[in-house]
Design a protein. Structure first.
Length: 304
């Protein structure tokens, strides 16, 4: 065990606090249980928002599986992945899900069956209209981008399909959403009790969306200010309409894999933005300035 500026560093096992990419913290499981217990379920497998049917799934990855079950790629087919940054980083959860069905590529080939657009960490991919010219189904990965938009257009509304992760936006331990913008149905993607739970939570937390958006923007701007004052520049500049799901900073020449291990030992969910000298950290509505000061203390302790 060590000390730095009044904080314990490297505490004993099971003594670390937790700061997750999700706004979930211990205690929300009891609130969510009460939401589920008191919810008057209509029995429908979806919820309608802005005339779009959002079907519930156990997770964001199972939402992606539901899309692939409709697209039905052959094993030799490829999914062409594009991202906001153009970086080749892509979550293993995404690539492993694709690999259950076919292959994936970071460029279009004659084997491309569909396009997966990853709106990274709430930052919206700029070029959706151009992708439509390829005449391939477009899947928008909005796992971190439920409330993000660009030029007044919501992420997830221009492609053929969109997937979302409830656990990355709301204080809930699981849950995904899948929507077809061509009015296709999804059946058998979530068993009834789980569906009632996710639906109860969605109805409750979606009503708080403006507070969620405002809270995330406030935290992101605090990150920008405090990290810049520490000589660390943001990787993404937030555009109007975007709602962040992470804060990324540039760290040229740093041993970022070691930083990842160190911060995770302190209970902070984080990782390297692989392919660049950059790193990502949680950024959500249940954080405050103390969390950012604590993270900076840890980073400075690691770098000394």
């Amino acid at each position: 065990m060590d000390w730095s500026k009044g904080y314990i560093i490297n505490p004993d096992d099971f003594r670390s606090g937790q700061l997750l990419m999700s706004p979930f913290t211990s205690g929300y499981q009891f609130r969510n249980h009460k939401l589920w217990s008191n919810f008057l379920n209509d029995g429908l497998p979806y919820v309608t928002v802005d005339d779009r049917r959002f079907f519930f799934t156990p997770s964001g990855t199972s939402a992606l599986e539901a899309v692939f079950n409709q697209i039905n790629p052959a094993p030799e087919d490829e999914i062409w992945i594009v991202t906001t940054s153009g970086n080749h980083y892509i979550s293993g959860c995404v690539t492993r899900t694709i690999e259950k069905f076919c292959r994936w590529s970071r460029q279009k080939t004659e084997k491309s069956k569909a396009i997966l657009v990853n709106h990274e960490f709430g930052f919206v991919y700029d070029g959706m209209e151009e992708l439509a010219a390829h005449n391939l189904p477009v899947i928008e990965d909005c796992a971190y981008s439920m409330y993000s938009s660009k030029n007044g257009i919501k992420a997830g509304t221009l492609g053929d399909y969109a997937i979302y992760s409830m656990a990355k936006m709301f204080p809930i331990q699981a849950g995904g959403l899948v929507v077809s913008n061509r009015n296709r149905e999804f059946t058998g993607v979530c068993e009834p009790d789980s569906r009632k739970y996710f639906k109860a939570c969605f109805h409750y937390y979606h009503q708080q969306r403006q507070q969620i958006i405002d809270g995330r923007l406030k935290i992101f701007h605090l990150f920008e200010e405090k990290f810049r004052n520490a000589g660390l520049e943001p990787r993404f500049e937030l555009q109007d309409g975007e709602v962040p799901g992470a804060f990324l900073f540039k760290a040229p020449g740093w041993p970022l894999d070691e930083l990842k291990v160190f911060l995770q030992k302190q209970g902070i969910e984080c990782s390297v933005f692989y392919g660049e000298d950059a790193f990502y950290l949680p950024c959500h509505q249940n954080m405050n300035a103390d969390h950012i000061d604590y993270i900076l203390t840890l980073i400075k302790y690691f770098k000394k």
